[in-house]
Design a protein around this ligand. Structure first.
Ligand SMILES: Cc1cc2nc3c(=O)[nH]c(=O)nc-3n(C[C@H](O)[C@H](O)[C@H](O)COP(=O)(O)OP(=O)(O)OC[C@H]3O[C@@H](n4cnc5c(N)ncnc54)[C@H](O)[C@@H]3O)c2cc1C
Length: 390
């Protein structure tokens, strides 16, 4: 049985093969309750992330996890992948916003785990275990989600730099400042060029690297001033964007990039401690030279999560359906670099089917053994999402 939300996952986790049965949550789409006093919403898993936030707006509340796919992905899928997104820099990933879950186990039993209260430490934390478990432990059929007040103000700042390296240094200035932006997104030089090519913008004329920042909450002008000074000291040209420009920039972040025609490609989702981000970018030229590929990356830099794009020209006679081994080898090498820097093979997309080889590089055999034992205790017949995650 393959649990499936909206099918927007990027790791093949919701894909069925052979005689497998897809269990779709598409029609489990009710928002059951919003409680401003408890600061929670109780929802079914098929609710689309953006629809929940539209529903919450009249209450002055919002649900923070905002994967770039927020308009098309479901809360159940977000929970099963422990989805991240842009606002994680301040509000954390999905796990930080899930208080309790109703889960159907492989034997058909329904269990409720977690607490509606913010605190609650009775027993093992099974809620956290189910969050990010990619549908291999149970099917989430209900969720109690933590909400936040909609910030009184939001502002978007852009900080352009003369090189990717300077931009990456600028990220440290943000971390070391007292301001905690809601979102900190980083674009290296080729990513800006890519957006210009596909969206008709002229970002490269403004600089060779960009940090796109959203700040929110009280004291917004003080936050903007403090952050602007810190970034200017790091060599940035900082602009507080108008509301219309801000909308445009976030739209470009979510949808502005394109895939180069006539190229094979692999998109990665590595994450490293924030202090190591620059080292990942510094590794790109040698990867390009060694494997004959091109590498660029946008990052959710506020939490060290990079989305490198590795491409290789197909060339005449090449088969688009069969990328050369060198492309995968380059991607594997990048994964190894992330691991050596204290990072992980997947920051937010999950292992699914396509990252199982890479997950094996990260998880020790004892850790894998423990995970398989947990799976066996909940699903001894391996009915749920076989072949996924580990
Ligand atoms: C353009 C684009 C941008 C994206 N940006 C981001 C981003 O910024 N951050 C991010 O984290 N991801 C991002 N993603 C990936 C994807 O949208 C997320 O992984 C999302 O959480 C998947 O939700 P879904 O409802 O589509 O789940 P699906 O794709 O249907 O399923 C994903 C996994 O969850 C399991 N699952 C689904 N529902 C349940 C359930 N009720 N119970 C148990 N298991 C379940 C499935 O078996 C599968 O393993 C992006 C995807 C696209 C296409």
């Amino acid at each position: 049985m393959v649990p499936r939300g909206a099918g927007s996952g990027l790791s093949g986790g919701a894909t069925a093969a052979g005689s497998q049965l897809v269990v779709s949550t598409e029609r489990l789409n009710r928002i059951i309750e919003v409680s401003p006093l408890d600061g929670v919403a109780v929802v079914e898993p098929g609710v689309i992330n953006a629809e929940l936030n539209s529903h919450l707006e009249p209450y002055g509340l919002f649900y923070a996890p905002d994967p770039a796919s927020f308009e098309i992905s479901s809360i159940g899928g977000n929970i099963a992948t422990n989805a991240g997104g842009l606002r994680c820099a301040k509000y954390g990933v999905t796990r930080e916003s899930v208080l309790a879950l109703d889960v159907v186990l492989a034997d058909g039993s329904l269990i409720s785990v977690g607490h509606r209260s913010i605190k609650g430490v009775t027993g093992l934390d099974l809620t956290s275990l189910f969050v990010g478990s990619e549908g291999v432990l149970g099917i989430v059929v209900g969720a109690t989600l933590r909400l936040h007040p909609i910030p009184v103000a939001r502002k978007t700042l852009t900080a352009f730099f003369d090189s990717t390296a300077e931009g990456a240094e600028g990220l440290a200035a943000i971390t070391l400042s007292p301001v905690r932006p809601a979102a900190v997104e980083f674009f290296d030089t080729p990513s800006l060029a890519n957006i210009d090519e596909h969206s008709g913008t002229a970002l490269r004329q403004r600089g060779a690297a960009l940090i796109l920042i959203e700040i929110d909450g009280y004291g917004i002008d003080e936050q903007a001033a403090d952050l602007s000074s810190a970034l200017a000291l790091a060599g940035a040209r900082v602009t507080t964007e108008t509301e219309a420009e801000a909308i445009r920039f976030w739209e470009l972040r979510r949808h502005g990039r394109g895939l180069p025609h006539g190229h094979w490609f692999i998109g990665e989702d590595i994450a490293v401690p924030k202090s190591q981000l620059l080292k990942v970018y510094e590794a790109f030229p040698s990867l390009e030279e060694r494997f004959g590929v091109e590498v660029s990356a946008v990052s959710h830099a506020g939490d060290g999560n990079l989305h490198p794009l590795l491409t290789q020209e197909i060339g005449s006679g090449g088969d688009p359906a069969h990328p050369p081994a060198s492309l995968r080898d380059a991607a594997t090498e990048l994964v190894r670099i992330a691991l050596a820097l204290g990072g992980t093979v997947t920051g937010e997309h999950g292992v699914g089917t396509i990252k199982r080889d890479w997950a094996a590089l990260e998880l020790s055999s004892r850790s894998l053994q423990a995970q398989r034992a947990i799976k066996a205790s909940l699903d001894p017949n391996q009915l749920l999402n076989p072949g996924k995650a580990f």
